[in-house]
Design a binder for this molecule. Structure first.
Ligand SMILES: [Zn+2]
Length: 159
C-alpha cells in the first residue's frame, strides 16, 4: 500500500508542474526540469512586466513631452529687462542685443549659436530645453531662461 501511496503523494506535491512518476523517481533530473520550467515562467512574467512598464513609460513620456513642451518658452533678458519670449516649439533664429548674440531655437531647445563676447561661454553652453535652465552671456548681460507657460503665470502673481 505504502509503495503506491508514496508516488501518489509526491505527484500531489508536484501537481502544479504535472511531473510524471518516472521523473520523480529520478530525483535530480526532475528537479532540473522543474527549475527550467520555473525559469521559463519567470522569464515570461518579466517580459510581461517589462511590456507593461514600457507601455506606461511611453504614454507618460508622450504626455510629459506634449504637456511640458507645450508652453515652454525661451525668455530673453537683457540688462535685467525682459526682451522677448520665444516658443520652443517653433524653430527660429533671433538676433539679440542689436546683433551681438544669435539665439537659435531648434528641436525644442535653445542655444546661443553665435556671440561676439570675448569669453564665448554662452556659445559653448549646451542647448537648454528644461524649465529653469539658462544660458548667460555676462559681457552682454544677456540671460536666456527656459520657462514653462504655467510657472511664468505663477511668477507674475508673486511679483
Ligand atoms: Zn557670451
Amino acid at each position: 500500500m505504502l509503495r503506491f501511496l508514496r508516488p501518489a503523494r509526491k505527484r500531489d506535491a508536484g501537481r502544479v508542474l504535472a511531473v510524471s512518476n518516472i521523473w520523480l523517481r529520478q530525483g535530480s533530473g526532475c528537479a532540473k526540469i522543474d527549475r527550467k520550467k520555473e525559469v521559463r515562467m519567470k522569464k515570461g512574467d518579466i517580459i510581461l512586466i517589462l511590456l507593461i512598464l514600457l507601455a506606461a513609460a511611453t504614454s507618460f513620456g508622450a504626455y510629459a513631452f506634449f504637456a511640458g513642451s507645450g508652453g515652454a518658452e525661451a525668455v530673453v533678458y537683457i540688462d535685467g529687462e525682459e526682451e522677448g519670449r520665444y516658443s520652443l516649439k517653433k524653430e527660429q533664429t533671433i538676433e539679440l542685443n542689436g546683433g551681438t548674440n544669435t539665439l537659435v531655437i531648434r528641436d525644442g531647445s535653445a542655444s546661443m549659436e553665435r556671440a561676439d563676447c570675448p569669453d564665448q561661454i554662452c556659445v559653448r553652453h549646451r542647448a537648454i530645453s528644461k524649465n529653469g535652465e539658462s544660458i548667460i552671456c555676462l559681457p552682454h548681460e544677456i540671460v536666456v531662461t527656459i520657462e514653462d507657460g504655467k510657472e511664468a503665470e505663477t511668477d507674475a502673481v508673486v511679483q
